[in-house]
Design a protein around this ligand. Structure first.
Ligand code: HSE
Length: 455
């Protein structure tokens, strides 16, 4: 069911002449909702010129109506029941920026069932329930737009779905969580502890309400799952996405990695393999000259490798009020232009039409091959390098690079770090088991993957 009448030229409900305004219902008037109101108000003329009609927030739902009134201004009808908003006949588009999954899902499905387009910045909702939501949207002839769900200032969804539409995407590798990148940068550059850096990220408003989602890699996994679905036109079962955060990362490994010419970043990775796709999140060594290694603080960076365009790099803020609003309003502008476009001519939710969506198996993390960084405690074993140079190759793991790194304060922490050739996670685990079985066997203190990206 396509609601062409919503987009027809007519006089505006407010009595203004010209094309009829796109009428927006806003659910959530917090950080993103307020930024959206500010951008829509500040750039109202420009936006109307660009899309040929005004975009107007006419109704907002919020828990605290008094506070919400200050955000949306006097001309917006306020309701405390968000279902009253999604069911209201005067709303063309529902903007869901309240967050959370259960209630947000019910509201989004209700809006879709009522023939309303949806704009959302809710990555958890779409990573976990996107298949159901997009199917409902397709069946009802409406669009669920979600540029604000991933790396907000970077129009990466538009880049993948439209700008790079002619390409086969080989890989998408990104720093897509601002909080963890901020923490890693503060730990590395300013020597702050994890706890202090996390507190700063929370104070500055990047962290999720539950920062476990950030530091355990789940927020990044939501985002890379969405990007993988678009890049490969695939259903990505979120439960199978490997997510490891930064809580087990010892800052000393960041120093040791630097001695080898690498930085440790929390990466979201999506790669097309011949028979499967890889979708994973974990800390990884990145060559320090690579653009991804230069992404500092709360900024995001996304590296895309595509068959025709080659590598492209996308950089920008990953969180914030007007930064997210930039994406939310751009989605509203796309919807405002849709009047004459039939469903089949629209950009599909996951880059290909539903009939062409594939169910790629996800490669288990143990079968993913990469080079690995191993840190061994040097203490009391000056002969360790000679031993490892014998043992590791005999077990099938050639050493490609090594360094002794002396700890400035604590010689117990002096390290021998080695990079070993590309092996699957399972193969490396066998090597490490065997290494421990050697007489006077040894086990690394830390093991991290190295991501080899073409600079
Ligand atoms: N907590 C998220 C981040 C917010 O740090 O990237 C933006 O999605």
């Amino acid at each position: 069911m396509i609601h062409g009448s919503l987009f027809s030229a007519a006089s505006d409900a407010s009595g203004e002449s010209g094309a009829r305004a796109l009428r927006v219902g806003l659910i959530g008037t917090g950080v993103v909702g307020s930024g959206t109101c500010q951008v829509l108000a500040r750039n109202a003329d420009l936006i109307a010129q660009r899309v040929g009609r005004p975009i107007r927030v006419v109704m907002a739902a919020a828990r605290n109506l008094h506070k919400a009134a200050q955000v949306v201004g006097p001309d917006v009808t306020l309701v405390s029941d968000p279902f009253a908003l999604v069911q209201h006949p005067d709303i063309d588009v529902v903007v869901e920026v309240m967050g959370g999954v259960t209630l947000a899902k019910a509201l989004v499905l209700e809006a879709i069932a009522r023939g309303k387009h949806v704009v959302t910045a809710n990555k958890a909702l779409l990573a976990e329930h996107g298949t159901e939501i997009f199917a409902a949207a397709d069946a009802n002839g409406v669009i669920v737009a979600y540029e604000g769900a991933v790396a907000v200032s970077i129009p990466i969804i538009k880049a993948l779905r439209e700008g790079l539409a002619a390409n086969r995407i080989h890989e998408v590798v990104g720093i897509v969580n601002g909080t963890t990148n901020f923490i890693l940068t503060q730990m590395q550059e300013a020597g702050l502890s994890f706890e202090v850096a996390l507190r700063m990220a929370t104070e500055q408003g990047f962290a999720e309400a539950d920062p476990t989602l950030d530091v355990e890699g789940i927020d990044a996994a939501h985002k890379i799952a969405l990007l993988a679905a678009i890049a490969f036109g695939a259903d990505v079962p979120f439960g199978q996405v490997h997510a490891q955060g930064i809580t087990t990362l010892d800052p000393w490994d960041m120093v040791c990695a630097q001695a080898l010419g690498y930085r440790i970043k929390l990466l979201g990775m999506a790669r097309q393999r011949p028979e499967a796709i890889e979708v994973r999140v974990h800390p990884a060594l990145v060559p320090e000259k690579h653009l991804l290694a230069q992404v500092q603080g709360s900024m995001n960076g996304i590296w895309v490798n595509a068959d025709a365009a080659g590598p492209t790099f996308h950089y920008g803020a990953g969180a914030g009020s007007q930064t997210t609003a930039s994406a939310v309003v751009a989605d509203l502008m796309d919807l405002a232009r849709l009047g004459s476009v039939g469903l089949s001519a629209r950009v599909p939710h996951r880059s290909v039409h539903t009939s062409a969506i594939r169910s790629w198996p996800l490669l288990p993390i143990g079968q993913v091959a990469s080079r690995h960084y191993l840190r061994f405690a040097l203490h009391g074993r000056p002969e360790l390098l000679t031993c490892l140079q014998d043992w590791l190759p005999s077990l099938g793991a050639n050493i490609e690079q090594w360094a002794h790194v002396l700890h400035p304060q604590d010689d117990q922490q002096d390290a021998l770090v080695v990079l070993v050739q590309s092996l699957t996670g399972d193969a490396l685990a066998s090597v490490l088991d065997a290494l421990l079985q050697m007489s006077e066997g040894v086990s690394p203190v830390a093991v991290w993957r190295v991501e080899d990206l073409n600079v």
